[in-house]
Design a protein around this ligand. Structure first.
Ligand SMILES: Nc1ncnc2c1ncn2[C@@H]1O[C@H](COP(=O)(O)OP(=O)(O)O)[C@@H](O)[C@H]1O
Ligand SMILES: CC(=O)OP(=O)(O)O
Ligand SMILES: [Mg+2]
Length: 403
């Protein structure tokens, strides 16, 4: 790596999307940002904004069959602005990797052994790890000389105490198969809990925060003095909150019932619970904007889906208030948490006894900034704190391999 290599490319590969940012770590500035969506569908969409050149956002639709093609399209977009992967200023590529199991508690430079371990974990993150692996391999092929760093969703949660991480099942069986709560979205929970402390003008060690990461995947975490003590996702990103297409918590016996009585096999149940459940299973839509529009038109199914989503969210706020004992803040983040004021209002409604309230005017403000939405009298701060997984991944990557 040359001495003036200060740039980091971050790839956040999801099941059907790739979000990316090119940052200059000299000053943390963003040189380019973009998103490839609907990978594998009839028409995929790519949007790219070359911030370094002050150029306009470019959007195009094309069929992008898989994550390898997606990454090559991203590389082409970057090259068109003179920001290509061949740049000597590039110091490293940072990858979001969803499941790191027990082995990876910190960002890790990727070699063959690391890649093998990420592959071994595919069965416990079937929607995510394969996309992460393709991202890594494609990036390695494009720049074999560059360090590639994996930043794991699970890492932040490795501080959970054993009584929160362990399921109450036979210990030998659980240990033999490494069955336990790992938790995900950790990069976001870490970043948002830190930013929430900042917003309160306090050190992370001095605050207890409940973070609600509500995107397509959704999870809650209880963060005490900067350390995760519990989180809603488990062995896989299926447990916990109601999500766009995932059920979240159900009685595990539903699985036996579907196999024995409905005649489904394991893959069919997996597909049902991961891809055809949650909001999409309840009302046919997984986008909260569309659900709110339908509710405004009097759609009963959309209204029930919304109520089920909120009911689950409330249960976790209550549970984590009990786990933390003292809550200083509840922070809403990710696509739904940052944008859907009705979700924030409904989730907190009726929780005054827990010290929670939302100010309607503050809640209605649209902004990209971290902000408080609770009234001054409220005992617990309620905040909207935009997450930035890419910035956090870039920082951790550069800290590991930078000059
Ligand atoms: N203005 C908005 N109002 C309500 N919901 C929104 C809005 N913008 C985005 N969302 C929700 O955010 C979700 C995507 O969140 P995001 O954090 O980007 O998810 P992911 O990273 O899992 O793809 C969308 O499915 C949509 O439901
Ligand atoms: C782990 C997980 O659920 O990630 P995402 O929200 O990106 O699907
Ligand atoms: Mg996400």
């Amino acid at each position: 790596m040359t001495a003036n290599a200060t740039r980091v490319l971050v790839l956040n590969s999801g099941s059907s999307s790739v979000k990316y940012q090119l940052l200059d770590m000299k000053d943390g500035s963003r040189l380019a940002v973009g998103l490839v969506e609907r990978i594998g569908e009839e028409t995929s969409r790519l949007s790219h904004t070359p911030l370094a050149t002050g150029g306009d956002k470019r959007e195009r639709e094309a069929r992008i069959a898989d994550h390898e093609e997606a990454l090559k399209a991203v590389a082409d977009e970057l090259s068109a602005d003179g920001l290509g992967l061949d740049s000597p200023e590039l110091a490293a590529i940072g990858h979001r990797v969803v499941h790191g199991g027990l082995k990876f508690t910190a960002p890790t430079v990727i070699d063959d052994a690391v890649l093998k371990e990420i592959e071994r974990l595919v069965p416990v993150a079937p929607l995510h790890n394969p996309a992460n692996i393709t991202g890594i391999k494609t990036a390695q092929a494009l720049r074999p000389d560059l360090p590639q760093v994996a930043v794991f969703d699970t890492a932040f949660h490795t501080t959970m105490p054993e009584h929160a991480a362990r399921y109450a099942i036979d210990v030998e069986t659980a240990d033999a198969h490494r069955i336990r709560r790992y938790g995900f979205h950790g990069t976001s929970h870490a970043y948002v809990s830190r930013k929430t402390a900042e917003l309160l003008g306090k050190a992370p060690e001095d605050v207890n925060v409940i973070v609600l990461h509500l995107g397509n995947g959704a999870s809650a975490s209880a963060v005490a003095s900067g350390r995760c003590v519990d989180t809603s996702m488990g062995l896989t990103p299926l447990e916990g909150l109601v999500m766009g297409t995932r059920s979240g918590d159900i009685d595990p016996a539903v699985v036996f019932h579907l196999k024995r009585v409905a005649g489904m096999d394991a893959d069919e149940v997996d597909e049902l619970l991961n891809k055809k459940s949650g909001l999409v299973g309840l009302c046919g839509d997984n986008d909260m904007r569309e659900i709110r529009r339908r509710i405004d038109e009097g759609d009963q199914r959309a209204a029930l889906a919304f109520d089920i989503y909120i009911h689950r969210l409330k249960k976790y706020i209550g549970a984590y208030s009990a786990v933390l004992g003292r809550v200083d803040a509840v922070a809403f983040t990710a696509g739904v948490g940052e944008n859907a004021a009705p979700v924030r209002e409904a989730a907190v409604k009726g929780l005054e006894e827990l010290g929670l309230a939302v100010d309607a005017d503050l809640n209605a403000v649209r902004s990209d900034a971290a902000r408080l939405i609770s009234p001054e009298y409220a005992r617990v701060a309620v905040a909207v704190v935009p997450t930035d997984e890419e910035l956090e991944i870039a920082g951790q990557t550069y800290a590991l391999v930078g000059n």
